[in-house]
Design a protein around this ligand. Structure first.
Ligand SMILES: [Zn+2]
Length: 292
């Protein structure tokens, strides 16, 4: 563990953690893990030397996402809006249910809308007692300066492939390594690919590429049904492949832009089948073959 995280844990154990933390850099998964660990350190019922025990009522409830004093927020669609912050604000000002500390984790905090960020700022300026708010973001630059200036910044270094693999625990290392390669070194994406299942994903992506290469609608139709999350994941992997092929000079930027546009549409809740079909027909028109 790096020194900064060790100091953070020590502060949590000694009940002198800053009331606003801003996690930035590294992987969202790692940020989340550290946030949960801090929540357990603050709320675990064991004596200081045994915290977090991982076994008491508080530790269990935090791990399973059911602790009433642990509030987690993330974008419902692409942003965290004012309604989400106002609903959260009400819960923050309620008295503590059972925990010693109320811990709020706001994931993808760089996706707060401006009104939402201003509402959050009000809470930060007058925080209820024994409250810790943890903002998680890839990039601290995306946070409103008036919020950032009040936070203790905690930087998460980028993990190496080896550290990522070790963090997964006892899993099929070959499959995990393939997931990492398919992600182009993006650990969040690698984790999603691995969670989804590498063979299933590879099969779909290869079939899609064949359907486009051969301009074959029948092959395209065999790719459905898929749900939105699958479609976003598959398109992300396609985008990584195409990007690598553009670097090698075997692919044109058009394909990459078309995939990016399709991903945006999916995030706007457009039907996944429609998005994939439109993408394929655009690629058909560009002369088939996704890349040479
Ligand atoms: Zn415990």
């Amino acid at each position: 563990m790096n020194l900064q995280l060790a100091l953070l844990e020590k502060a949590a154990l000694e009940n002198r953690l800053a009331h606003l933390l801003l996690f930035h850099g590294g992987s969202a998964l790692h940020q989340r893990e550290v946030a949960l660990r801090l929540a357990k350190l603050l709320n675990c019922s064991q004596s200081m030397s045994k915290r977090p025990c991982g076994e008491c009522y508080a530790c269990h409830k935090i791990s399973s996402g059911n602790h009433p004093d642990m509030l987690c927020l993330k974008p419902l669609k692409t942003t965290i809006g004012i309604e989400q912050i106002l609903a959260w604000q009400q819960k923050v000002y309620l008295k503590h249910y059972e925990g010693k500390y109320k811990v709020s984790v706001i994931e993808q905090a760089d996706s707060l809308t401006l009104p939402a960020a201003n509402a959050l700022l009000k809470v930060i300026e007058e925080p209820p007692e024994r409250t810790v708010i943890i903002l998680c973001a890839q990039n601290a630059e995306g946070i409103l300066p008036t919020i950032k200036s009040r936070a203790q910044l905690v930087y998460f270094p980028i993990l190496s492939e080896e550290t990522w693999l070790t963090g997964l625990g006892e899993v099929d290392q070959r499959e995990a390594a393939t997931a990492f390669r398919l992600s182009g070194g993006n650990q969040n994406l690698a984790t999603s690919i691995f969670g989804h299942g590498v063979p299933l994903l590879q099969e779909w992506v290869n079939k899609f590429r064949t359907a486009v290469d051969e301009k074959d609608f029948l092959k395209l139709y065999s790719l459905f049904p898929i749900d939105k999350n699958q479609a976003v994941l598959y398109l992300q992997v396609l985008a990584v492949q195409v990007q690598e092929e553009i670097h090698k000079g075997t692919c044109r930027p058009f394909e990459f832009l078309a995939i990016g546009k399709a991903t945006d549409l999916l995030r706007q809740q457009v039907n996944p089948r429609l998005v994939i079909e439109v993408l394929a027909s655009e690629l058909f028109q560009q002369g088939g073959a996704l890349c040479d």
